[in-house]
Design a binder for this molecule. Structure first.
Ligand code: HEM
Length: 397
């Protein structure tokens, strides 16, 4: 394995992650980096790593057993669906897939289209709108609340809890972040536990009731697994979609010609969303741990070496995409790896795409002259998630 002068924290220091990842990829698409990790930053190599059953996720769950005190945060992370391997993973995933059907997702479309119009009405009462808070945060959190049957007025409480837990997904967590996550997880699970009891007593039409019903049909799901799953759906259901839309809008508005191309219909909304997923990947990386020696893109990796798969690096690999650092909606090339690949491919991919398309179509239709009202964009990175804390824009230019 080639050694690269790279630390995982290089991406957390406010630098452009794409430059850092390009430099890493130039050394080798599969490289040994500081701290005993293997970093994968090429497209073919990322696909290869995620496709191999030998590259497991389960050992990550075990790390949380050591790292966290007994309680909700530890229960959630150590049972989290994306850190499970067979046989637990197909059992839990099958249950969600059964409840989270394409039909259920398609049925949300008219509801989303009506909801976004109401959100834009409320937002345009002001001279400037915050595309993050007024739009990108609202629709996905309303959608996942509606799907799970969480009362809409409680959504900010729950998104607050899940945002506090999110840093635990990163490779480095400060003691303050850990303490905040542990406290928030207790409250989060307390809330969700009460909601589960309500649905057990009086089932409704929501996803949570469907999960409980699917379980009654003979599938086994422990209470702690169910709590972890619902908490994961809630957080996965809003944060990344919020970041996809906000990060994407910043890309379109910093070069107003791009935004104009969507308004004019020169670029189709689905093509733009697909290209933004590639160009500003919301989840920069996923992790895997080989249970046995594996060969990733021709490179031997020893058992138990943590492998960090940089989806954001794969998505800008010049071996996979022509002029990868240019935004070219409708471009040729493989689908971006933003939703990962293989056994853990994102369960919410279709929903997330459709939410982003609904938001982009509504915003460009309603505000054709929308202009950025920020002097400087401040990017943050929390765990694997890259995003902005706000994105002010003027609806009338
Ligand atoms: C732009 C939005 C989204 C992005 C970029 C995204 C990204 C991802 C990625 C990269 C993974 C794989 C994790 C791994 O391999 O370790 C994943 C898994 C998952 N996502 Fe998403 N996601 C998005 C939206 C959603 C939504 C809206 C939901 C649900 C409402 C969702 C639910 C899940 C679940 C349950 C998994 C775990 C699947 C498994 O382990 O089998 N995601 N997502």
């Amino acid at each position: 394995v080639l050694q690269a002068d790279f630390r995982l924290t290089d991406l957390e220091e406010g630098r452009d992650p794409y430059e850092v990842l390009a430099a890493l990829r130039a050394v080798a698409p599969v490289a040994e980096v500081e701290g005993g990790y293997v970093a994968v930053s090429g497209h073919a190599a990322a696909l290869d790593a995620m496709r191999q059953p030998g590259c497991a996720s389960g050992p990550i769950a075990l790390l949380y057993l050591d790292a966290l005190p007994e309680g909700a945060a530890r229960d959630e992370m150590s049972h989290r669906i994306n850190f499970l391997d067979a046989p637990d993973h197909p059992r839990v995933r099958g249950l969600v897939a059964k409840a989270f059907t394409p039909r259920r997702v398609a049925a949300m479309q008219p509801w989303m289209e009506a909801t976004i119009e109401g959100l834009l009405d409320a937002a345009e009462a002001h001279d400037t709108v915050d595309l993050l808070f007024d739009v990108a945060h609202q629709l996905p959190s309303l959608v996942i609340s509606e799907m799970l049957g969480v009362p809409a007025e409680d959504r900010d409480l729950l998104t607050g809890f899940s945002d506090a837990v999110a840093p635990l997904l990163g490779v480095r967590v400060t003691p303050e972040q850990k303490a905040a996550a542990v406290a928030a997880a207790e409250l989060f699970h307390g809330y969700l536990g009460a909601l589960i009891d309500e649905r057990l007593a009086a089932p409704g039409e929501d996803l949570l009731s469907a999960l409980l019903a699917a379980e009654e049909d003979g599938e086994r799901l422990e209470r702690v697994e169910l709590l972890s799953l619902v908490a994961t759906l809630y957080s996965a259901g809003h944060r990344t979609t919020r970041d996809l839309f906000t990060n994407g809008m910043s890309v379109l508005l910093t070069e107003p010609d791009r935004y104009r191309s969507v308004v004019d219909g020169r670029w189709s909304v689905p093509d733009v969303v697909a290209e933004l997923l590639r160009y500003e990947t919301p989840t920069l990386y996923v992790a895997r741990v080989p249970m046995e020696p594996v060969v990733i893109d021709g490179v031997e990796v020893e058992a138990l070496t943590p492998v960090i798969v940089y989806l954001a690096g794969a998505n800008r690999d010049p071996d996979a995409y022509v002029a990868p650092d240019e935004l070219r909606p409708g471009r040729e090339g493989p689908p971006p790896l933003s939703f990962a690949f293989g056994a853990h491919f994102c369960l919410g991919a279709a929903l997330a795409r459709s939410e982003a398309e609904v938001m982009l179509a509504a915003v460009t239709r309603r505000w054709p002259d929308l202009a950025l009202a920020e002097d400087e964009l401040r990017w943050h990175q929390r765990g694997p998630f890259r995003g902005l804390d706000r994105l002010q824009a003027a609806p009338n230019g």
